[in-house]
Design a protein around this ligand. Structure first.
Ligand code: PRX
Length: 644
């Protein structure tokens, strides 16, 4: 058993599972649902998961079909649809051009200044992707090369991701709120030679200087040869003519013109890497591939959000996170949906911005995060009631547990008691939903739902033995699934150790959960040193290393504490250098330091300044004691601590 994992997690307590709380879907919400008899589909899929996934894969196009659905001969290095050839872009874009969807809107984009609107049909999206792909090719980007994308929520992020995929390059999207240090670390680790960015991004009426941060990040990079800059805010930026290129100027060059063929790749060829935080060490580059990821994101979105051609789909996630990859960009386009993307935040300039967008653009399916729901809930229902939300059909949630109070508000105030709420539990690693519902299933406020078709989950104790229903334990997944991570890029051993060594044959999620008597899973929170703050995934190790680069800090430990809106908040115990006195000024300085060296999303809420940190005799920080102290609880057994 990995000693790093311990129960209970830092997440908010879940109420006792009570099946009688189930909310049946309104009949009008499910009359045309793709999945009607979900029990039958669940049974069918579990009877033969490979046959099930093969049937889902057949709904998509392949230039060559597979020899084997699942090759587990080198488990846990699972391979899906081996021998098959396709490209996710063939299915997300190209195939729609041969149907009436050619003229359908693929993307409606609205800027933070809502007078700025850009729309793309599938046809024009294809042209934009070709242009970007031609430019990348002309810059020497080849199949298998990594391209770093550091862009705000603007249409070019779609073009860039799809263009990389189209030519078989691997994209590495870095959330445009990360600092230059964090960006540099990701560029270096992935050895990417091209970075795509923008002059700046709009954040609550102010410009965030993306290009300046890229300049700092690549100043000492031995690999980066070219930086493509999209003009977005019109900010003045320094352009080095030898390696900085304005995107709009490149689009005018002859090399950018014309069609670009979609490279047919092996189903197992890498599609992207995405960095995420783990328990220890530097962020991990999670690697996903074309074939399985395509099938998984397509099928799960279609089933759970019941995508139909007349839908307008809005996923509020940033493309810098896995939710943006799977369910803002790829999943919806694979389903031929109309995607809505908004550049700004939900509360700027007023807390009805999202509802205004829902009304103005007739959004039917709205997928967001619990933190946002809780934030908007605090502003009161009047902001919601100002708008006609009758277009909404389905609501969704992701990233952290949706507590019953927020579930009920979302259901009643936003969904007007008629929209099913689809809570989706999954991870950067899983690539696609793992535990969720389909609209025909009853919703249970606070529960994520059931394993997706073809999957089984279990709650086990530290010996890997399944616990009784209603008891908290470690959440594991029992079957491989097509969109699963294939490895941690360049770190195969870490992949095996992190996910597959604790309980052989079972995928370790890192979460704790309970299952109720109906088979619904209630997610509690992380059991490792990962903190979910406002749904963002942070590693305590990253926050600690950021603090340790501050001259006044000798030692530091970060923990998560329950927070009513953010789910968890970061609390830091910091041992200061001799002679440094803690005060508000110092705390603010530490916060600014973390924002500058990691990201503003990692700023601690609170600090304590002890003389020493509680440690085991082997020098490991005992976070359990810090957490108990911060919460005013019993510190438990201290006999194993180092006396010093
Ligand atoms: O703890 C779980 C939580 O988010 C973790 C995964 O974080 P990340 O890789 O950033 O992906 C987030 C978006 C898929 C999980 O281990 N989590 C995610 N969704 C839920 C959730 N916790 C409870 N309920 C959810 N629906």
């Amino acid at each position: 058993m990995n000693q790093d994992i311990s129960l209970p997690g830092a997440g908010p307590a879940v109420p006792r599972p009570s099946p009688q709380d189930a909310v049946e879907p309104a009949p009008e919400a499910i009359q045309n649902a793709w999945v009607q008899d979900w029990r039958a589909q669940e049974e069918r899929a579990l009877a033969d998961p490979q046959a099930y996934w093969a049937s889902r894969a057949q709904e998509l196009e392949w230039s060559q079909t597979w020899d084997t659905v699942l090759d587990d001969s080198r488990a846990p290095f699972f391979r899906w649809f081996t021998g098959a050839r396709t490209n996710i872009v063939t299915n997300a874009v190209d195939r729609h051009l041969l149907t009436a969807r050619k003229n359908k809107l693929a993307l409606i984009w609205v800027g933070e200044d809502t007078e700025q609107v850009r729309t793309y049909s599938y046809f024009s999206l294809a042209r934009e992707v070709d242009t970007m792909a031609n430019i990348l090719r002309a810059m020497g980007v080849e199949k298998g090369d990594v391209v770093t994308i550091y862009l705000p929520r603007i249409p070019e992020v779609f073009f860039a991701m799809l263009a990389c995929a189209k030519i078989g390059a691997i994209h590495s999207v870095v959330f445009a709120g990360y600092s230059s240090d964090a960006l540099a670390a990701r560029i270096d680790d992935s050895q990417s030679r091209v970075v795509i960015t923008a002059d700046g991004s709009w954040v609550n009426g102010k410009v965030f200087p993306l290009k300046d941060l890229v300049d700092e990040a690549v100043r000492f990079s031995p690999t980066v040869r070219s930086v493509i800059v999209v003009r977005n805010t019109g900010t003045t930026v320094e352009m080095d003519p030898t390696r900085h290129h304005w995107y709009h100027e490149m689009c005018q060059l002859p090399i950018a013109k014309g069609r670009c063929a979609t490279e047919q790749v092996d189903a197992e060829d890498p599609l992207f890497i995405l960095y995420t935080s783990g328990s220890t060490g530097a962020p991990k580059a999670i690697m996903h591939t074309h074939g399985g990821y395509m099938v998984g994101t397509y099928a799960t979105l279609r089933d759970s959000f019941d995508i139909h051609d007349e839908d307008r789909w809005w996923c509020t996630a940033d493309p810098g996170w896995i939710t943006g990859h799977s369910y803002l960009v790829y999943g919806p386009l694979l389903n031929g949906a109309t995607v809505f993307m908004y550049e700004g935040s939900p509360t700027y300039p007023y807390p009805d911005r999202w509802w205004e967008m829902v009304e103005r653009y007739g959004i039917t399916s709205f997928y967001t995060a619990p933190t946002a729901i809780r934030t908007l809930m605090r502003f009161g229902e009047a902001w919601v009631r100002r708008h006609d939300l009758s277009s909404l059909r389905l609501l969704g949630s992701v990233g952290e547990p949706l507590n019953p109070e927020a579930w009920r508000w979302f259901h009643h105030v936003v969904g007007q008691d008629r929209c099913p709420i689809i809570d989706t539990w999954w991870q950067t690693e899983t690539g696609m939903f793992q535990i969720t519902t389909v609209p025909t299933m009853p919703g249970k406020p606070g529960a994520a739902g059931r394993p997706v078709f073809g999957q089984e989950a279990a709650v086990v104790d530290e010996n890997g033995v399944e616990v009784e229903d209603g008891t908290e334990g470690f959440l594991v997944l029992k079957h491989p699934w097509p969109a699963m991570l294939r490895t941690i890029y360049g770190q195969d051993e870490r992949y095996v150790n992190t996910y597959w060594s604790t309980y052989p044959g079972l995928y370790l999620t890192g979460d704790s959960a309970k299952r109720d008597a109906d088979g619904w899973f209630w997610i509690i929170g992380r059991t490792d040193d990962v903190i979910k703050v406002s749904g963002h995934r942070l590693g305590t190790a990253e926050i600690e290393s950021a603090l340790l680069t501050h001259p006044d800090v000798v030692e530091a430990a970060a923990i998560g504490l329950p927070h009513a809106v953010k789910g968890n908040a970061v609390h830091c115990a910091v041992v200061l250098a001799p002679g440094v006195e803690p005060d508000r000024h110092l705390e603010d300085g530490l916060r600014r330091h973390i924002a500058a060296t990691l990201s503003p999303i990692a700023k601690p809420d609170s600090f304590e300044f002890p003389e020493a940190l509680p440690k085991t005799r082997s020098g490991k920080i005992v976070r359990r004691v810090l957490r108990a102290r911060a919460l005013g609880q019993d510190e438990g057994d201290l006999s194993t601590l180092d006396d010093a």
